[in-house]
Design a protein around this ligand. Sequence first.
Ligand SMILES: O=c1ccn([C@@H]2O[C@H](COP(=O)(O)O)[C@@H](O)[C@H]2O)c(=O)[nH]1
Length: 233
Amino acid sequence: MSVCQTPIIVALDYPTREAALKLADQLDPKLCRVKVGKELFTSSASGIVETLNAKGFEVFLDLKFHDIPNTTAMAVKAAAEMGVWMVNVHCSGGLRMMAACREVLEQRSGAKPLLIGVTVLTSMEREDLAAIGLDIEPQEQVLRLAALAQKAGMDGLVCSALEAQALKAAHPTLQLVTPGIRPAGSAQDDQRRILTPRQALDAGSDYLVIGRPISQAVDPAQALADVVAQING
Ligand SMILES: O=c1ccn([C@@H]2O[C@H](COP(=O)(O)O)[C@@H](O)[C@H]2O)c(=O)[nH]1
């Protein structure tokens, strides 16, 4: 039984363990989960996951692994051994890569983290895809990658909440983890495919990843409480 009663995941995007723990100490594990990404993880190594677990947080390890199948699967295995709640890999690594990750988790006797496939980054729009040779709408590419992820046995996807409705219709069993969440009035920053927390949940998001609107707020705990109030009512 999970301690957390909301779908919120706060991104602990900091250069040091001390800064991340300072924010974590202001947050309530009953109101949010936390996400450890590349910057924090690389600077503080695995100790940060154990420390956050000991504080009662379920941790999403957002390292977006993308490599050959064996290397990626071994990284996913190491993440599972570390005790993370959710781990992700890029769907663009392909069917065999994702299937190898699923297989390594199935062989494991202990707890299995949720295995999530990253589709199209929420910072990208049509022009960004065209620049890398994909002359299609983001949603088309997301749906294409979602079909591969479903085939590989992934538990869910990272996508924009803008694609949630279409994804839930096509793949109702996949859990949707949506960054690019901006409460009304917040700065868009580098995000491009955004929705408010309430809009995202109404569209079908299962988890909302929120970084700067909380981590850069004058009072992060109040900013989190405001988002909780918005989605409740
Ligand atoms: O498509 C993606 C995948 C991951 N992210 C991550 O989510 C947070 C969002 O932070 P904000 O400050 O709320 O923009 C950040 O850690 C990204 O690495 C994403 O934004 N989009």
